[in-house]
Ligand binder design. Structure first.
Ligand code: NDP
Length: 304
């Protein structure tokens, strides 16, 4: 097994994996002494080409929910399964973040901090707003249900038809306009694929209701940064909350740091906790070395 660690350190991963299976032989990139022994790779944002060095690799396991970092590697070994993390803790943390961002906007909580600083007693009545979620997968579906259960009006959009009680669903390119035309708060929870790259652009913002708010918690490359600033500065958008960026950490001179209507967080909406996911990683390891199909496999042709 090989680890190319992401946010959690390699030591943390090894300790957690060994608690479940102390017999696992783990090498940590970049110090790989036996490339032929590597049969399973756990990876996050690794340098493209690295995985081509392991002739006996049987499976690539993303350390997160997204696999764009793997599919974007033109030299990755083909014809072996790619798996991702599907985990309740990851799902719950994403919902917590999005609920915070939506309520903060809908209930105008930021305005009360400003009022308090100026000793002003300025109540605002919550305005009815339509929440629209792009992507109704593992994360989007949980966000949708939890926002609905908070009494908000929720709609969703995805590639294929879905049914969730009291959530209006729109399907595919044919219904995208209808979905956008009725949205006040747009949440992006799409995977990053060729089809979704740059989807949050000026043309899309102009199809939202006037004064709409954008929350991007998917990938930085979904968003055209300058288009967001143009749409906010023109008043078409009222603001945005962003957790993900084209380059992370965000460059010191990037205009998002200073923009009064853009809130940023350092890609923390939802992170993989080794303790929560070690069992599924080990299950997949045993499956692939025993010739069984792994769980949580992605469809390489779809890109997610
Ligand atoms: P899933 O694969 O479970 O769901 C993806 C959803 O997007 C599906 O509903 C799918 O439609 C829809 N979709 C994909 N392509 C299109 C398209 N072209 N048009 C319309 N809908 C489309 O992904 P997850 O919910 O697990 O994760 C979503 C993304 O969230 C990840 O890929 C990752 O980039 C991001 N993420 C961000 C984190 C953070 O901390 N900021 C943490 C974890 C993930 P259908 O169901 O019809 O196939």
């Amino acid at each position: 097994m090989l680890i190319i660690p992401g946010k959690a350190t390699a030591d943390h991963w090894i300790k957690t994996l060994h608690k479940i299976d102390p017999t696992l032989k783990i090498q940590v990139w970049p110090v790989v002494t036996n490339a032929e022994a590597v049969d399973f790779a756990m990876v996050w944002n690794y340098p493209p080409g690295e995985l081509a060095k392991f002739p006996n690799l049987k499976c690539i396991s993303s350390l997160g929910a997204g696999v764009d970092h793997i599919l974007n590697d033109p030299h990755r070994p083909k014809n072996i399964p790619i798996v991702r993390i599907v985990d309740q803790k990851l799902i719950c943390e994403m919902s917590q973040y999005v609920i915070w961002a939506v309520l903060n906007h809908v209930r105008q909580f930021d305005s009360y901090a400003l009022s308090q600083a100026r000793h002003l007693w300025t109540p605002h009545l919550p305005q009815p707003m339509q929440i629209g979620i792009m992507g109704l997968g593992q994360l989007g579906a949980d966000v949708a249900v939890k926002l609905r259960d908070l009494g908000l009006n929720v709609a969703s959009w995805s590639q294929t038809a879905k049914t969730l009680p009291d959530i209006r669903h729109y399907t595919g390119a044919a219904q995208l306009d209808d979905f956008l035309n009725n949205t006040d708060v747009l949440i992006c929870l799409l995977p990053l694929t060729q089809q979704t790259h740059g989807i949050l652009n000026l043309a899309l913002f102009n199809r939202l209701r006037h004064g709409a708010y954008v929350i991007n918690v998917a990938r930085g490359a979904h968003l055209v940064d300058n288009d967001l600033i143009t749409a906010i500065d023109s008043g078409q958008l009222s603001g945005a909350c962003l957790d993900v960026f084209h380059a992370e950490p965000l460059a010191q001179n990037h205009p998002f740091w200073q923009h009064p209507k853009i809130k940023i967080t350092p890609h923390i909406a939802s992170v993989t906790h080794p303790e929560a996911v070690a069992a599924q990683v080990i299950e997949n390891y045993h499956r692939v070395v025993n010739g069984q199909p792994p769980i949580n496999q992605v469809d390489v042709n779809k890109g997610y």
